[in-house]
Design a protein around this ligand. Structure first.
Ligand SMILES: Cc1cc2nc3c(=O)[nH]c(=O)nc-3n(C[C@H](O)[C@H](O)[C@H](O)COP(=O)(O)OP(=O)(O)OC[C@H]3O[C@@H](n4cnc5c(N)ncnc54)[C@H](O)[C@@H]3O)c2cc1C
Length: 344
């Protein structure tokens, strides 16, 4: 997303940018996303949710996102919903295919299947594919983000942000096609007893559950549910629907008596029958990346800007460290800022 946004903004400012796209299609992970572009309500909320992130970068998102969404809509897209459905956040939801189409049109010269050679703005979506491969985890994202932008900037003297080992994790029932990345995600750990392979209980998750997924031992866990849990709502669906999606995707859904260990006693397991769902950690995107300032300038270890190099989107790290936030919001806000700074 960030590369297309930067291209669109640069063109609007009178430049003639080219957006190089390694993949066979435009849109990266944005195209696969739920399209909810959101922010925490206040900077204080953001600081509390992502305490190790860079406060100046977080402030940019809180202050700039609403204007950036209006700008996005000026390109010719309407939100499908003007709220996130989550009382902790504010934002708008867009159709990801429409978002991609509108941004590609506004960016103009988008060259598919062409990894960049030289760039002023790097926006290659972090290194989720590499992280997943190295750690033996599932990838829940577009397959092309190998850290190319980060490597390019490091070779020019850039420094890295905090949180290089963190990622935005979602529980999946197993490898699923990318069209199922949203629908098959198992987002109900708060209603489940979460167990490791020896039957040991894992800690309770935060509301977004990304923290818990990152702690799955060897990237795996069991979500054990009672009949009450199946009736709980999760966004517009119920837990039972998500379990059914796991089953349909070929996941391991079994009676809890068939687990290879004895179930611990738990206040979460009251109304039988009890069901167990095998879940695997899926890497959606990395959290650490290049160190940037609030003008999207890539910084070196002394905090000085690397000459004429800017970063946006997941390539720019240290925004959501220690927590969870909207990658689309970061891509939109800093994609715009990167183009503006590069052209001043
Ligand atoms: C299933 C799913 C649901 C999601 N839902 C949401 C949501 O509702 N809200 C939200 O905020 N976030 C969501 N996200 C996360 C969001 O999609 C990402 O945070 C966002 O797309 C990051 O933007 P980006 O520009 O950094 O990366 P991307 O959008 O992935 O774009 C990076 C692009 O760089 C390309 N690239 C990589 N290497 C090179 C290279 N060497 N040369 C040229 N091009 C290269 C990639 O192919 C890709 O097209 C979701 C993600 C997924 C997968």
């Amino acid at each position: 997303m960030a590369g297309l946004v930067a291209g669109a903004r640069a063109r609007e400012l009178g430049s003639e940018p080219s957006v190089m796209e390694k993949g066979s299609r435009a849109g990266g992970s944005m195209l696969l996303s739920s399209g909810v572009i959101w922010r925490h309500r206040t900077l204080e909320d953001f600081r509390a949710e992502c305490p190790d992130g860079d406060a100046a970068l977080q402030a940019q998102i809180v202050e700039e996102l609403d204007d950036a969404l209006d700008w996005l809509e000026s390109l010719g897209i309407d939100p499908s919903v003007r709220e996130t459905g989550n009382p902790l956040t504010v934002g708008r939801r867009y159709d990801p295919q429409e978002l991609t189409r509108v941004l590609v049109r506004a960016a103009g010269d988008v060259r598919l299947g062409q990894p960049f050679a030289d760039a002023r703005i790097v926006a290659t979506g972090g290194f989720g594919a590499r992280l997943a491969r190295e750690q033996g985890l599932l990838l829940r994202a577009a397959p092309w983000s190998e850290g190319d932008g980060i490597d390019y900037a490091l070779a020019r003297g850039a420094a890295l942000s905090a949180g290089m080992d963190e990622y935005y994790g979602r529980a999946l029932p197993g490898p699923v096609p990318e069209t199922q990345f949203v629908g098959a995600s198992q987002l109900y750990a708060r209603h489940a007893l979460v167990l490791d392979d020896d039957g040991g209980a894992l800690p309770e998750p935060a509301w977004h559950e990304s923290d818990l997924v990152q702690r799955f031992p060897d990237g795996r866990a069991w979500y054990v549910l009672d009949a009450r849990a199946l009736r709980q709502p999760v966004r517009e669906r119920m837990v039972a629907d998500l379990v059914e999606a796991a089953r349909t995707a070929g996941g391991d859904v079994r009676a809890a008596e068939e687990l290879p260990f004895e179930l611990p006693r738990s206040a979460k397991l009251v109304e039988p029958p009890f069901l167990a769902v095998r879940v695997h950690a899926g890497v959606t995107h990395t959290i650490g990346g290049l160190r940037i300032d609030e003008h999207a300038r890539v910084l070196d270890a002394e905090g000085a800007p690397v000459p004429d190099l800017f970063a946006a989107g997941v390539d720019a790290g240290g925004i959501f460290t220690g927590g969870y936030g909207s990658g689309l919001a970061a891509a939109l806000v800093f994609g715009r800022i990167a183009a503006e700074t590069a052209l001043t």
